[in-house]
Design a protein around this ligand. Structure first.
Ligand code: NAI
Ligand code: MG
Length: 501
C-alpha cells in the first residue's frame, strides 16, 4: 500500500477481514459493538458455508447512528464545498488502493466472479468517489433579475441526514452512488447494507473513515422490517435513497410519505434489447451476453431479459449465443479463470429455478441451457445455475414480464420495426433498453420511442459516473450517478432576496 494513511486490519485475507468486521457496525467513525444482541449468519453462496455473523441493528443502534450523523452534520454542512469534495476524492484514491481487497471480500459474500465482476465493480466504486469529489463547486445557485434594487438569488443547501438502503447485487457500487453525492452536497449519511452482503461495504466505510470526520458516514446492517423501517421512519432522517425491489420501494415510499421527505428509488427492470437484421452478428451476440449480465448470473436491474431479434437472423443469433454462453466457465468465484459465479441466496436460487420451470411448461417453449455446472466437490452445495435462453415464449408470458434476477433471457423474433418497439414498451418497467442497428433512421426513431430511462445504441455499458441513471414506470423515481442527481436529489434550493434600496 502506498498510502500513508493507516487502515486498521490492512492486508488481511477476506476470511480474516470478516473476523475483523463481524458483529460490528460503524458509528461515529469507528467499528463498534452494537446494542442489539441479535445477529444473523452470512453465507458464501458458492459453498453455502457460513462466513461470519452480521449485526441486526435494533432501534437503539439506528438511533445512535442517526444521532451521530446529525451531530456531524452541523460542521460538515458548513465546511467549504470544495474541501468536502477533496475529502471525498481522497476516499476514492484510498479505496482504489484497496480495490482488490474489497473485491475479494465482496466475492466471498456475494458469490460473484472476482475477475469478471467484483474487480471491475471495485474500480467503478472508487471512481464514483473521485467523480463526485470534483463537483463541490458545482453546487451553484442562480441570481434572478427580480428588481434593480434587490439582489435576488438561490443557494443550494444540504437536506440533512440521509438514510440509504441498498441491495446485494452490486453492494459497493450502490453504496458509492448514494454516499458520494450525499456527502459532497453537505449531507451526512446512515447506510443500511443488504442482509446478504454486509461486509465489503462495512470495510469500505471503515477505510473511508480514516479520512472523513467521525459521524459523517455511518454503516449499519440488519433486515428490512426491523432495521430498514426504523431508519426510514426515524424523525431525523430527511431523505431516503433506496435500491431494491419494487415491493420494498413502494413500502419505503409510503413510510417516507408520512414525514413528507424526498425519496429516490432505483427499482427493477425487464429491459429490452432490439436487434435489427443489419448488425454485425458476432459483436451483437457479445453485446447480448454483456447486456444480460450473464457473468453476474443475470442479477442486474438492467439485464436484457427480453431480446428481440429480427426473424431473418434469429436462428444464427441463437446458435452463436449458445456457443458464446457455452464458452463461459461457471465455477469458484474466487478463481480468476471463472467467468460466472453463484446466485446470492437460496431464496433467489429457488425463485430463478421456479421461473425456469414455468417457462419450460409453456406450450411451444424451449429452454436452451448452456455451459456446465462445476463438478468441484467443494462447490457441491453452491447456488449455481446454468444460463438459459428461452425461445418460443411470447412477450406477454410471465417469464417475459416479471423480473427474474437470474441468468434467464428470452429470444423473441420480430419482423416489423413499429411492432417490435411496441412490444419492447409493453412492460410495467422502464429502466434501460438497447437497440442494435447500423441504420441511423431506425436508431433515432428507436431511441425516441423506447420507454426507458437509459437507452444505448450498439453497446451496453454498466452504470458510469457522470451519466444520469434511473427509470420510468415501475423502475423508479429519480436519477443517480450524475451531477444532476446530486443537485436534484441531495440538495434543496433556498431563495433569498436582499433589499438594497
Ligand atoms: P428487497 O428490495 O427486499 O431488499 C433490498 C434492501 O431493502 C435490503 O437492504 C433490505 O433489507 C431492505 N428492505 C426490505 N424491506 C424493507 C423495508 N420494509 N423497509 C426498509 N428497507 C427494507 O430485495 P430482495 O428481497 O433482496 O430481492 C427481491 C427481488 O428484488 C429480486 O429478486 C429482484 O427482482 C429485486 N431486486 C432488484 C434490485 C435492483 O437492482 N433494482 C436489487 C436487488 C433485488
Ligand atoms: Mg425482500
Amino acid at each position: 500500500m502506498s498510502s500513508s494513511i493507516s487502515v486498521p486490519g490492512s492486508a488481511l485475507t477476506p476470511f480474516a477481514l470478516v473476523k475483523h468486521l463481524e458483529n460490528k457496525i460503524l458509528i461515529d467513525g469507528k467499528l463498534t459493538a452494537p446494542k442489539s444482541q441479535k445477529t444473523f449468519p452470512v453465507h458464501n453462496p458458492a459453498t453455502m458455508d457460513v462466513i461470519g455473523q452480521a449485526v441486526e441493528a435494533n432501534h437503539e443502534d439506528v438511533n445512535a447512528a442517526v444521532e451521530n450523523a446529525q451531530k456531524a452534520q452541523k460542521e460538515w454542512r458548513h465546511m467549504d464545498a470544495s474541501k468536502r469534495g477533496h475529502l471525498v476524492s481522497k476516499c476514492g484514491d484510498l479505496l482504489d488502493e484497496y480495490a482488490d481487497e474489497l473485491a475479494r471480500l465482496m466475492t466471498l459474500e456475494t458469490g460473484k466472479a472476482l475477475r469478471t465482476e467484483s474487480q471491475v465493480e471495485a474500480k467503478i466504486f472508487a471512481n464514483t468517489f473521485r467523480f463526485y469529489g470534483g463537483l463541490g463547486l458545482e453546487l451553484k445557485g442562480e441570481t434572478i433579475p427580480f428588481s434593480d434594487s434587490m439582489l435576488t438569488l438561490t443557494i443550494r443547501e444540504p437536506l440533512g441526514v440521509v438514510g440509504a438502503i441498498i441491495a446485494w447485487n452490486v453492494p459497493l457500487l450502490l453504496m458509492s452512488l448514494k454516499v458520494a453525492p450525499a456527502l459532497v452536497a453537505g449531507n451526512t449519511i446512515v447506510v443500511k447494507s443488504a442482509e446478504e452482503a454486509p461486509f465489503a461495504v462495512l470495510r469500505a466505510a471503515e477505510i473511508m473513515n480514516t479520512i472523513l470526520p467521525p459521524g459523517v458516514l455511518n454503516m449499519i446492517s440488519g433486515d428490512g422490517p426491523t432495521t430498514g423501517e426504523a431508519l426510514v421512519r426515524h424523525p431525523q432522517i430527511s431523505k431516503v435513497t433506496f435500491t431494491g425491489s419494487v415491493e420494498t420501494g413502494k413500502t419505503i415510499y409510503k413510510n417516507s410519505s408520512e414525514k413528507l421527505i424526498p425519496v429516490t428509488l432505483e427499482l427493477g427492470g425487464k429491459s429490452p434489447m432490439i436487434v435489427c437484421e443489419d448488425v454485425d452478428l458476432k459483436e451483437t451476440v457479445k453485446g447480448a451476453l454483456a447486456s444480460m449480465r450473464f457473468t453476474r448470473q443475470g442479477q442486474s436491474c438492467t439485464a436484457a431479459s427480453r431480446i428481440f431479434v429480427h426473424e431473418s437472423i434469429f436462428d444464427r443469433f441463437l446458435e452463436k449465443m449458445k456457443e458464446e454462453l457455452n464458452n463461459l466457465k461457471i465455477g469458484d468465484p474466487m478463481d480468476l479463470e471463472t467467468d460466472v459465479g453463484a446466485i446470492i441466496s437460496p431464496a433467489q436460487h429457488g425463485k430463478v429455478l421456479d421461473y425456469i420451470e414455468i417457462g419450460k411448461s409453456a406450450p411451444g417453449a424451449t429452454a436452451h441451457e448452456c455451459s456446465t455446472l462445476p463438478d468441484d466437490a467443494k462447490l457441491s452445495k453452491g447456488l449455481f445455475v446454468r444460463p438459459v435462453i428461452f425461445t418460443g415464449l411470447p412477450n406477454s408470458h410471465q417469464v417475459c414480464q416479471e423480473e427474474i434476477f437470474g441468468p434467464v433471457t428470452a429470444l423473441i423474433p420480430w419482423k416489423d420495426f413499429d411492432d417490435v418497439i411496441a412490444q419492447a414498451n409493453d412492460s410495467g418497467y422502464g429502466l434501460a433498453a438497447t437497440l442494435w442497428t447500423n441504420n441511423l433512421n431506425r436508431a433515432l426513431q428507436g431511441v425516441h420511442q423506447l420507454e426507458a430511462g437509459f437507452v444505448q445504441v450498439n453497446q451496453n455499458v454498466v452504470v458510469q459516473p457522470g451519466l444520469s441513471y434511473g427509470g420510468v414506470k415501475s423502475s423508479g423515481v429519480g436519477k443517480e450517478a450524475s451531477l444532476e442527481a446530486m443537485l436534484e436529489h441531495f440538495t434543496h434550493k433556498k431563495t433569498i432576496l436582499f433589499n438594497m434600496g
